[in-house]
Write a protein that binds this ligand. Sequence first.
Ligand SMILES: Cc1cc2nc3c(=O)[nH]c(=O)nc-3n(C[C@H](O)[C@H](O)[C@H](O)COP(=O)(O)OP(=O)(O)OC[C@H]3O[C@@H](n4cnc5c(N)ncnc54)[C@H](O)[C@@H]3O)c2cc1C
Length: 442
Amino acid sequence: VAAAPPRRVIVVGGGAAGGLLALQLLVRARADTTVIVVEPRASIGAGIAYSATQPWHRINVPARTMSARPDDPDAFVRMAGVDGNAFAARGRWGRYLAGEIAWQEEASAGSLLHVRAMGERLVDRGADVAPAVRLEDGRTLEGDAMVLATGNALPRVPTWLAPIAADPRGVVDPWAPDALDAVDDGQRVLVIGTGHTAADVIETVLRVRPASQVVAVSRHGDLPRAHLDPPRVRPLTPVFDVEAFLAFADPLLDARAAIEAHPEGWRQGLDSLRPIHRALWLAMSDDTRRAFLAMRREWEVHRSRLPAEVERELAGWAGEGRLEIRALEVVDAAAAPDGITLAGADGASIRADHVVLAAGPDEAPGATPLLRAGIDDGLLRPGPYDLGIDADAATLRVRDSAGAVDRPLFAIGPILRGVLWETIAVPEIRVQAATLAERLLG
Ligand SMILES: Cc1cc2nc3c(=O)[nH]c(=O)nc-3n(C[C@H](O)[C@H](O)[C@H](O)COP(=O)(O)OP(=O)(O)OC[C@H]3O[C@@H](n4cnc5c(N)ncnc54)[C@H](O)[C@@H]3O)c2cc1C
C-alpha cells in the first residue's frame, strides 16, 4: 500500500529555494496539507540573494531565464513587466516570487504557515520519522516530512581577518543591508574577493560615494567574464553529451576544447551544457571531479557572468583611477586609529579605511549552526568533497552519519553542492523544487 502523503511538510529556510519549494507544494497540496516554512525574514522567497535593496544589485542572468515555474517560462518577464534580455534587480525577483507564492496560496486547497524564527537544532524522533526542529525561541515543530533549504552561509572569516572582525571598519557580512553604512565619502575601501559579491560591494561604494576609492583583491585578481550585449539565447543542443564526455581521452581538456570550438563562441558552448550539468557531474569519476574542483575558479569566472553593463561600469571606474583590481594573497591585517593596513604574501602592503569580506559563501558542511549540530548529532553527514551535506542524488533524501536515508528528511539548493554540483541557481532549483514536491505530494 502506498504511504499516505505527508500532511505537515516543514521547510527550514525560506529563501529562493524554500520559496520555490513552497510554491510547488502549494500547487499539489490537498485540503489537509499544511506547508510550514521556517524563515526569520518578513517574506518568503527573497532569502539572502533576492533581498538586495539596490537597483544595481542585479540577477546575473537575463530575466527570461528566471521564471519560478518550470512549466511557464515567461512568468517572471510577464508578471514583473521586464525586458527578457534585461538583468533585473534581484530585489525585484524576490518580490515576484513572494507574489507567486501569495497567489498560489489563495488558489491552493492546502495552507501555508510562515513561522518567523531561526531553526536552531534538528531533534531526532527515530528512524523512518522526520526529525523535529527546535527554534531559537524554544518552540519545537514536528511534521511528517522536512526539507532543509538553508541556502548560503556567510563567507568564512580568514584567520588573519579575525582580529578586525569585531571592528566597525571590518565588514564580515557583505550581504547585511547596513554593511556599508559606516563608509564615508572620500574613504578608501579594500574588498576581499573579486567575484559577484565583490562587484555588488564595489558598485554600492563607488556609486553612492563619488569621492571614494576601492581596491579589490583576490589570489588571482580575476573578475567574472561578462555576458555578450545583448545576451544570447542558449543553444538547444549541448556541445557534447554525457556519452561523448565519458569517451573523451582527457575529459576536462577535451571538454574545454569542445566548448571553445563552439561555432557561436565559448559562452554558447558553456551555456549549452546547462541542461546536462547534473548528469555530467553524476557521471564523472571521482578523479575527474577532483581535477574539476582543482580548476573550479576557471569554471566559475566563465560560467557565472557579469551583465555587460556592470563590466563597463567597473572598467569606467578603473579608468578614472577609483577602482583597482589586484592579484594579492592577504596574510595579515592590523588596525590603527587612522586606518587598517593589510599585508600581502608578496610583501606588498595596502592601507584602507574599511575592509569588506566579499568572498563567496562558505560551502563547508557545518557552515551554519543548524547543519553543524545536525552533523554532530548524526542526523546529517558532510557532503562529498567537503561541500555541503550528503544526500541521495535521485531522491534528495539526506544521509545520516551511517549513510542511511530512512527518514523523510530532504534537502534542496546550495547545501547539496557536493552531491549535485550545479544546485545554486534558480533554473536548477526550480526543477528540484517541482520534482521534490511531486515526490512528496504528487
Ligand atoms: C548575494 C548572492 C547573489 C546571488 N545572485 C544570483 C543570481 O543573480 N542568479 C542566480 O541564479 N543565483 C544567484 N545566487 C545563487 C543563489 O544561491 C541562488 O540563486 C538562491 O538564492 C539560493 O536560494 P536559497 O534559498 O537556497 O539561499 P539563500 O538566499 O541563502 O536563502 C536561505 C534562507 O534560509 C534562511 N535560513 C538559513 N538557515 C536557517 C535556519 N536555520 N532556520 C531558518 N531559516 C534559515 C535564511 O534566513 C535565508 O533567508 C546568488 C547568491 C548570493 C549569496
